[in-house]
Write a protein that binds this ligand. Structure first.
Ligand code: KIV
Length: 294
């Protein structure tokens, strides 16, 4: 039976399905995934897109930001998500300096992510990235753009700040989104953009917009799974809705386990494997003889 958000039953979701959702004004659900177990759950729960974001560097690897993330790390996360996926579409981030250095680097690194398991790649930047988007799409790999706040270069651009607060900024965002569409991208992430600017961009282009911290006017929404599940406390963004508080659940479970080990309550009878009685007798006999070697 089709789940909510699942337009395709158990068939794999394609970029055509995602484009179709915008035409039908159906919202697109996207969640980040980095490992096999959580990706299986997100796929089974009906997410349209599993995004292997370079946010993995922070929530999975403990980096301070996304800048240190490497291609090798992104390929490893993408492989794990690829092995878990049954029907969701997989988009993987090209990490910092894997595409800014030239069109041929962008194509080669996009190819590595697809070999690892991605269906499409995402890269940050506006009209200045058009040649890379064009190169990758001409090579047959779908591209998702990413404008508004661009975490890979946010430090250089003056930190994490809301984008599109003025009409002029909103106009620039719309021009960037149009250039990305023109270059062949199949969709674009709008990160930390004012609600009004995000709505104007969404209405001004024909590819779907996927918002994060950009209000309800986008065609779809993406959240970092650790924010959604309350598993990463270093940053608590205002825009991220917490659906669970797993940090407390997990810490509680581990501290119960530690207590059980210390108290000798775990493992219990039901967690053990038994010898049969005859073998127990033989063991007792052999132990009576003492050690067989010194
Ligand atoms: O790295 C990431 O997870 C992302 C999304 C949250 C948009 O870029």
């Amino acid at each position: 039976m089709a789940r909510p958000g699942n337009i395709n039953g158990n068939k794999r979701i394609t970029i055509r399905d995602i484009a179709e959702k915008k035409r039908r004004q159906e919202r697109i659900s996207v969640v980040t995934s980095y490992d096999y177990s959580l990706a299986s759950l997100c796929d089974g729960a009906g997410a349209d897109i599993l995004m292997v974001g370079d946010s993995a560097g922070m929530v999975m690897l403990g980096y301070e930001n996304t800048v240190p993330v490497t291609m090798e790390e992104m390929c490893m996360f993408t492989g794990a998500v690829g092995r878990a996926r049954k029907r969701s579409f997989i988009v993987s981030d090209l990490p910092f300096m894997s595409y800014q250095t030239g069109v041929s680097d962008a194509i080669a690194n996009a190819g590595r992510l697809v070999r690892a398991g991605a269906d499409a790649v995402k890269l940050e930047g506006g009209s200045e990235m058009a040649s890379k988007i064009r190169g990758i799409t001409d090579a047959g790999i779908p591209v998702m753009g990413h404008i508004g706040l661009r975490p890979q270069t946010a430090g250089l651009a003056g930190g994490y700040r809301v984008q599109g607060r003025t009409a002029a900024e909103a106009r620039r965002l719309l021009d960037d989104a149009a250039a990305i569409e023109e270059a062949g991208a199949f969709s674009v992430v709008l990160e930390l953009v004012t609600r009004q600017a995000a709505k104007a961009v969404t209405e001004g282009i024909s590819i779907p917009t996927i918002g994060i911290g950009s209000g309800p006017g986008c065609d779809g929404q993406v959240l970092v799974i650790h924010d959604m599940l309350g598993m990463y406390d270093a940053i608590k963004p205002k825009f991220a809705k917490r659906y669970r508080n797993l940090s407390d659940e997990i810490a509680g479970a581990v501290s119960s386990y530690v207590g059980d080990v210390v108290d000798g309550v775990f493992p219990a009878q039901e967690n053990c494997f038994e010898m049969d009685e005859i073998e127990c007798g033989r063991l007792a006999e052999t132990l009576k003889k003492g050690r067989t070697h010194t």
